[in-house]
Design a protein around this ligand. Structure first.
Ligand SMILES: O=C[C@H](O)COP(=O)(O)O
Length: 255
């Protein structure tokens, strides 16, 4: 039985005041009895404060990105060691905004994925197709190539999958991110199942265990149907994670 994970990606939103209000709002409604894991990924600058505030609660905190480098003269970058040092436990890698706006290749994303694991962080590998790619029928070709980059980083696919199984996959169709257009539960389930089948060709056991989140305009109004799908193990939520009540409503739906 896979555990559900509800993750909020705050992207480049907020101020110290709004972040504190958001964390307090989430914490005050987080019930220790919930079965699902709950994660928030604030901007780097608010990580320390968020982690301090989350201490003693069920709320996990992660980064939105990390450097593939160990340390050194890399202005503006943040290392895996630094995230771990603060107490972050997760990190997003390969979010579509990083891929499309900041030119992160699948190879670079794989380097970041491996660095995150090396530093004891749980990487959330984001994959997904653009509208054009969906319309020309290459959704799975794109998603598989993004996954393959991580698998191929390691010695062989079996070892690659072992490492993929230590992280989380987030399927985020680019056309559904921040657009208000959500993939239908059937569309999302189809890709989630295809990802799991693809991984099962290498190792059924790991494929059965890996958490696959859905991301793209998920909100409390559509979360129930999406989360009811057999291969959808949670959500990576952008806009709807910026309001404590809305985010908590999704967490409650997830259990
Ligand atoms: O990381 C989160 C995703 O990009 C989804 O964002 P969204 O919920 O605002 O569409």
């Amino acid at each position: 039985m896979r555990k559900t994970l509800i993750a909020g990606n705050w992207k480049m939103h907020g101020s110290l005041e709004s972040v504190e209000a958001l964390v307090n709002g989430i914490k005050s409604q987080l019930d220790d009895n919930w079965q699902s894991d709950v994660l928030v990924c604030p901007p780097y600058i608010y990580l320390d404060r968020t982690i301090q505030m989350a201490q003693g609660s069920k709320l996990a905190v992660g980064g939105q990105n990390l450097s593939e480098q160990e340390q050194g003269a890399f202005t503006g970058e943040v290392s895996g060691d630094m995230l771990s040092d603060l107490g972050a436990t997760y990190v997003l890698v390969g979010h579509s905004e990083r891929r499309s706006l900041y030119g992160e290749s699948s190879q670079l994303v794989a380097d970041k994925y491996a660095k995150a694991l090396e530093k004891g962080l749980k990487p959330v590998l984001c994959v997904g197709e653009t509208l054009e790619e969906r319309e020309n029928g290459s959704t799975m070709k794109v998603v598989k190539s993004q996954i393959d980059a991580v698998l191929d980083f390691y010695q062989d696919k079996e070892q690659g999958l072992e490492h993929l199984g230590q992280g989380v996959i987030a399927y985020e169709p680019v056309w559904a991110i921040g657009t208000g257009v959500t993939a239908t539960p059937e569309q999302a389930q189809e890709v989630h199942a295809a990802i799991r089948d693809y991984l099962a060709e290498i190792n059924q056991d790991v494929a059965d265990k890996v958490q696959i989140l859905y991301g793209g305009s998920m909100k409390s109004a559509n979360a129930e149907q999406l989360l009811a799908q057999k291969d959808i193990d949670g959500g990576l939520i952008g806009g709807a994670s910026l309001k404590a009540d809305e985010f908590i409503a999704i967490c409650k739906i997830a259990g």
